[in-house]
Design a protein around this ligand. Structure first.
Ligand code: NAP
Length: 458
């Protein structure tokens, strides 16, 4: 894939970039390794100061940076601005908490292990490669980079080929904040060059956020090198509504949860599993609200739904909807790509889904919702767990026993009750099953790329 900004609202190429030569990749890896030698000797206080200063720079750039995001991947401009500000918040969060998250953990009674003192100590691993997707081109990267750098690791980014300007902005952000040159660097390379970077002895571990095939490939290469990997892959999150729920709130949140970022979020609610007692009322409100969303130019402040980020992404979405229609689904609204320039796809609601349809098990990466009618919590849980994903989930009920069952029995990395799934710096984030392994954010996220060293003193 060419490394280029192609505006999804127009389909026009705005800027192309030459990939880095092998010599340039080598230079950047050398810099990353030498920056690690410096960074691991610095204090949390020093790194925190650099991180806060980088956060200030990012915040000051909110408007031009948000415009880059919108032009590269089509997110409506208000959301793009919110993404920039969320990154600054995440950076400050780790500047404030890294030291506490990575503090020595002493054993209360070291005599039990025959020691005068025994502690578990977190130490950085070295150069970490991050392979990242375009859908939140800043936040996906920052939620890796902020904890990695605060732990004393250095980061090398291979960003998605369609967001090079975001990658280049991030390339200099941390050194502008004060981190040593090479502490965080972007490689403009294609996916075919990733394996060689993982195999490079200076690279100690890899994290990938993206699709399942990319995850399998990267994790296999890392495993062959006995290097750690963290995978944040796709999802097809259930959104369950039971009779006791506040239906108006559930409908409003359902629309938002499905269409955030033009529906291109791994943790977007994708399958709506509705109890039969409230099914008709939910469907009426949900379909109306989806149909009423304003689709258009993502640079227009009034736009709620912009284009799909790539031509191939829109084609894949169209194929999933066409397959469902051909096999007898009811398309309650939307259902066909718009004519004209840009890769727009309208908010779409599909009912009457059967196991024969691809949408039943596959991820819809765009504003397309499937709705199911169920008769009780058992059926809702079985349907929620039917596919191979396990990222997050949202359940709507005020019944305590039901809530307990959903929290315990849904196979996912998270359950949000009476609210939509959101990634917060304060909470661990990640999936199970084919949605990946390992965690980002919170204390768990910063510990992923640390050596937990046991220290025993006689
Ligand atoms: P993708 O094709 O897997 O791309 C993600 C990154 O991996 C890009 O940098 C891509 O580079 C690279 N890549 C692709 N194939 C590779 C390979 N074989 N070896 C090494 N690197 C490879 O993902 P996408 O389609 O752009 O993103 C959408 C997917 O990401 C969805 O499934 C979504 O659910 C998932 N996602 C998950 C999370 C999460 O936190 N769990 C968050 C966001 C998105 P090129 O661009 O150069 O191909």
């Amino acid at each position: 894939m060419a490394i280029a900004t192609v505006n999804p609202a127009t389909g026009e190429i705005e800027k192309t970039f030459d990939p880095h030569s092998p010599a340039e990749v080598e230079r950047r890896l050398t810099l990353a390794a030498s920056a690690f030698a410096t960074l691991k000797g610095t204090t949390f206080a020093q790194r925190g100061e650099w991180m806060r200063s980088a956060a200030d720079l990012l915040e000051a750039d909110v408007d031009p940076l948000a415009e880059i995001v919108t032009r590269e991947m089509g997110r409506p401009i208000g959301g793009a601005r919110a993404e920039v500000l969320k990154c600054a918040k995440g950076m400050r969060f780790y500047a404030d908490h890294a030291e506490e998250f990575l503090a020595d953990e002493p054993l209360d009674d070291p005599s039990k292990v025959g020691a005068s003192r025994a502690v578990a100590r977190y130490q950085p691993l070295g150069v970490i490669l991050a392979v990242m997707p375009w859908n939140y081109p800043l936040w996906q990267v920052v939620r890796f980079a902020a904890p990695a750098l605060m732990a004393g690791n250095t980061g090398v980014l291979k960003h998605a080929s369609n967001v090079p300007q975001s990658a280049l902005y991030l390339d200099t952000l941390f050194t502008r904040g004060g981190f040593p040159e090479g502490a965080f660097t972007s490689l403009l390379i294609g996916s075919a060059e990733v394996a060689a970077v993982i195999e490079d002895p200076r690279v100690r571990a890899v994290t990938l956020t993206g699709s399942e095939p990319a995850g399998r490939s990267v994790a296999s290469t890392a495993a062959a090198q006995v290097k750690k990997s963290v995978l944040e892959l796709g999802g097809s999150d259930p959104f369950i509504v039971m009779p006791s729920a506040d239906l108006d709130a559930a409908v409003t949140t359902a629309v938002n949860a499905r269409t955030v970022n033009n529906g291109q979020s791994c943790i977007a609610a994708k399958r709506f599993i509705i109890h039969e007692a409230v099914y008709d009322a939910f469907i009426a409100g949900f379909t109306d609200a989806m149909a009423g969303l304003r689709v258009g130019d993502p640079l227009d402040e009034q736009t709620q739904i912009g284009p799909i980020a790539t031509a191939s992404g829109r084609d894949e979405l169209s194929e999933l909807v066409d397959d469902a229609r051909a096999k007898g689904a009811d398309i309650l609204t939307g259902g066909s790509a718009s004519d004209g320039p840009g890769w727009f796809y309208p908010p779409t609601v599909i009912a009457g889904v059967t196991p024969a349809m691809r949408v039943h098990l596959e991820e819809t990466f765009g504003p397309v919702a499937t709705v199911y009618r169920v008769k009780d919590a058992d059926e809702a849980i079985a349907l929620a767990n039917v596919n191979d994903f396990g990222l997050s989930s949202s359940v709507w009920t005020t019944d305590a026993a039901e809530r307990e069952r959903f929290e315990n029995e849904i196979e996912a990395g998270a359950v949000f009750v009476n609210g939509m799934t959101v990634s917060y710096p304060e909470l661990p984030f990640g999936g199970i099953k084919n949605s990946g392994f390992g965690r980002e954010l919170a204390a768990a996220g910063i510990r992923e790329f640390c050596n937990l060293k046991t220290v025993w003193e006689a």
